[in-house]
Design a protein around this ligand. Sequence first.
Ligand code: BTN
Length: 343
Amino acid sequence: MGRAKSHKQTNRSSLPGPTDKRIDALLLLLAENTTIVISGAQIAKEIGVRRQTVWRWIETLRAAGVKVKGHPRSGYHIERVPDILAPQLLARRLHGVSLGKRMFHFFKTESTNTVAMHLGEEGDPHGTVVIAEEQTAGRGRAGHSWISEKSAGICVSILLRPQISPMHAPALTLAIGLAARDAIAEETGLSPDIRWPNDVMLNGKKVCGILTEMQAEPDRIHFAVAGIGMNVNQSKMPGQLAGIATSLRMETGRVHSRLEALARLLRHADRYYNQFIAEGAGPILRRFAAVSSYGEGKRVRITTSKEIFEGTTAGLEPTGILRVKRGDGRIESVISGSVAEAE
Ligand code: BTN
């Protein structure tokens, strides 16, 4: 949903592991049979568990907001496809997409980026996707935390194994931002802006943030994790975020399918990633210039670890780094730091 400074630690061991694949199968079974009541016994047989387990998992789904009707004796049904970001429901929307061939779903975890970084270290393949309905210690850029209401937004991390040098990582970060921007444009019919490097903005407020982390040597990236937090169905933003953050629902006045929005995001991320690997940063930089008001001629305030200064944006370097012209004419290259529109 947004960012707030926090140093809170979370006890990983108290959190549940990834969602059992058979819960995923249960969701798919219910979703594919929205017009009929399925008995507990039939569900148990189809997904290979005992009837008591079906009952327990139905309660888990209810707690996650899935409106399951019925009870153990009569059987269960749902009226519409649940908006849970379950891998099997998602996979049906990702034909021909190489990202998401392997997916991990959590009802609750510390941070999908933390999980994906561990998977990266353990050798999981390129394109592995980690999704959470809720994060207890979501991380944002510059040491901020990322707070997200349960099942209201999208918390997803994508494990990438690009064979590039870390020098080219900024363009990769831009590519994922473009994917999020295009997904939001497609979902809402609006025209989102991108605040360099990859905050997606609607009407001047942030709707999506991205944290890219990587493990690299000076000349080679071992793997990168792109963690995306998108505000989808929040109906308001809490306290300090109210003036600076928004959601798709708040901007369009309607509830959106998170499943559909996530599928769009992964499809666009796949497309931009493949283009970046095949053609280099050129097309990414041109697209950024076309859709972001921050590339050129924008008055901005830059906050780095060393200083805060104002200037006017003066295009991107070939690697994707932002150039900012100071009042005295000097050009600064902004490698990291936060960018805000100057007042
Ligand atoms: C920012 O704008 O500061 C970046 C926010 C990134 C948040 C996402 S939510 C999914 C993934 N897991 C995390 O802990 N962070 C990213």
